[in-house]
Design a protein around this ligand. Structure first.
Ligand SMILES: [Mg+2]
Length: 340
C-alpha cells in the first residue's frame, strides 16, 4: 500500500480507502474485491489538488460511489489522462504550483480526447473572480472550500448524469448502425479537430477513401441482405488494419469508407491502404459479378498532406476522392496515392 493509503487495483485504477487504512485494512480488502467486480460500470473521477488533505477529503466523500484517480499537480493530471481509462469527471484545484488549474483546463479543452470531460473547479471561499474565470474558460461548475459534503456529492452526480446522457446520445448520433463503425458525421467532426492539431504541430495527415468494387452488381445478384453483410465484413477488415487510438475509420456512405490517419507520412499511409486492399480480398467473399476478381475487392484513393492555413479538410477529402476515382479508372482493386 502506498504511503497515501491508496492501493493500485487492476486496470490502473486507484481506489481510496474510505477512512484511514491501517486499522481497517481487512474490511477494506473485502470492499476492494466487491469494488473490482463492478469496476466496469462505475464512473471515474479524477481529483487534482496539490494539498493532500483536500484530495483525501474529496476522495473520502466520493469513493463510495465512484472510482477515484488522484493527481497532486497539473502535470500528473495530464499524464493520467493518457491512461486507457479516462475519467468521466475531473475535480480540479485552481491554485497549484507549476501548471495551475486554468492552464490544465485550457489544455484539456484543446485536446479532442478530453474536451468533453466535465471539469468542476475547486476554489477557495469567496473566490468569485476565480469561479468566473474558470467558468469562462469552459469549466462546468465549481465547488468551494471548505467542502459541504452534500453539495459536492450533488454537483458531482448531476454533472456525471448529464455527461453520461450526452455520451449515449453522441454515440448513437456518431455510429453507423450497420457496420458499427463511426459514421460520416463523426468523421466530419473529427477531421476538423485533427486538421487543426496537425496544423499546429506541422505533422502530416493521411486520408484514405475506399470503395467496394462492383457493389451494385453484388447487391443485384446476391440481394441487399447479403450486400449489408458484405459491408460489415469489409468494415471489420478495414478496422483490423489500424490500431492507434487517433486513427478513425468511418462509413462515409453507401459502400464508401474513409480513413483518417493523423501523424502519418505518405509511405506509412500507402502501406496501410495496401494492407486494407489485400485484407479485404483475403476475406474471400465470393463475387461472381465482379469484373476484376472472383471475390469482393476494394479500390482506394489516398492523400498525405501537411495541413496549411490555405488548405482545408474538405479539399483534402476531395483529393483522396479523386485518387479513388483514378483507381477505379485504372482497373479497380488497387491503391492510387497522392502526395501534397
Ligand atoms: Mg491548491
Amino acid at each position: 500500500m502506498s504511503p497515501l493509503g491508496w492501493v493500485p487495483c487492476p486496470h490502473g485504477v486507484y481506489l481510496i480507502h474510505p477512512k484511514g487504512f491501517k486499522e481497517k485494512r481487512r474490511r477494506w480488502r473485502r470492499k476492494e474485491v466487491a469494488m473490482e467486480s463492478c469496476l466496469a460500470t462505475r464512473q471515474r473521477i479524477l481529483i487534482v489538488d496539490d494539498e493532500r488533505t483536500n484530495r483525501m477529503v474529496l476522495a473520502d466523500l466520493l469513493s463510495e460511489d465512484y472510482d477515484i484517480l488522484l493527481a497532486r499537480d497539473g502535470e500528473q493530471a495530464l499524464a493520467r489522462l493518457g491512461d486507457p481509462q479516462t475519467p468521466d469527471l475531473i475535480l480540479l484545484d485552481v491554485m497549484m504550483p507549476g501548471l495551475d488549474g486554468y492552464e490544465v483546463l485550457r489544455r484539456l479543452k484543446e485536446d479532442g480526447r478530453t474536451r468533453e470531460i466535465p471539469v468542476v473547479f475547486v476554489t477557495g471561499l469567496n473566490d468569485e473572480e476565480h469561479e468566473e474565470k474558470g467558468l469562462t474558460l469552459g469549466a462546468t461548475d465549481y465547488v468551494s472550500k471548505p467542502f459541504h459534503p452534500a453539495v459536492v456529492r450533488a454537483r458531482v452526480r448531476n454533472h456525471l448524469d448529464l455527461a453520461h446522457r450526452r455520451k449515449v446520445l453522441e454515440e448513437s448520433a456518431y455510429l453507423d448502425p450497420l457496420t458499427r463503425l463511426a459514421n460520416r458525421r463523426c468523421f466530419d467532426h473529427t477531421v476538423e479537430g485533427e486538421w487543426r492539431r496537425s496544423l499546429r504541430r506541422a505533422q502530416p495527415v493521411s486520408l484514405i477513401f475506399a470503395d467496394v468494387d462492383f457493389f451494385k452488381e453484388y447487391n443485384d445478384h446476391y440481394g441487399h441482405g447479403a450486400g449489408d453483410e458484405a459491408l460489415r465484413i469489409v468494415g471489420q477488415a478495414l478496422a483490423g488494419c489500424v490500431h492507434r487510438p487517433h486513427d478513425l475509420i468511418a462509413r462515409y456512405g453507401g459502400e464508401e469508407f474513409i480513413v483518417l490517419l493523423p501523424e502519418t507520412p505518405s509511405d506509412a499511409g500507402r502501406a496501410i491502404a495496401e494492407t486494407m486492399r489485400a485484407r479485404v480480398a483475403a476475406q474471400g467473399v465470393t463475387h461472381r459479378r465482379s469484373g476484376v476478381a472472383p471475390v469482393l475487392t476494394i479500390s482506394l484513393g489516398g492523400y498525405t498532406v501537411v495541413p496549411s492555413l490555405e488548405g482545408s479538410p474538405r479539399q483534402a477529402v476531395a483529393v483522396a476522392d479523386a485518387g479513388l476515382y483514378q483507381a477505379k479508372h485504372q482497373g479497380r482493386n488497387r491503391v492510387v496515392w497522392t502526395e501534397g
